[in-house]
Design a protein. Structure first.
Length: 84
């Protein structure tokens, strides 16, 4: 049997683990690939995490909770943000 070594960065490994956990724990069957983390959403919208959390707690933006992880559907958030 031939052995192969593969080298990946810490960030790539972390993303692989997060994706696997998300897929394994997702209760929504047809979630789109537009699901992003809180950090990604703050960058995409140009908001601080505090503001994003405020909008979430006020019900101004939709979100999904997977275990202890919060995920956002980017397209749904954009539609909701346009209403305000």
């Amino acid at each position: 049997m031939e052995k192969t070594n593969i080298t990946i960065s810490k960030e790539e490994l972390q993303q692989l683990i997060e994706d696997a956990v998300y897929k394994a724990t997702c209760t929504h069957q047809n979630l789109d690939y537009n699901m992003v983390s809180e950090t990604e959403m703050t960058k995409l919208l140009g908001l601080s995490k505090v503001t994003l959390n405020k909008y979430r707690s006020e019900g101004r933006i939709p979100f999904y909770k997977v275990g202890r992880t919060i995920r956002y559907n980017y397209m749904e958030v954009l539609k909701k943000m346009k209403q305000y």
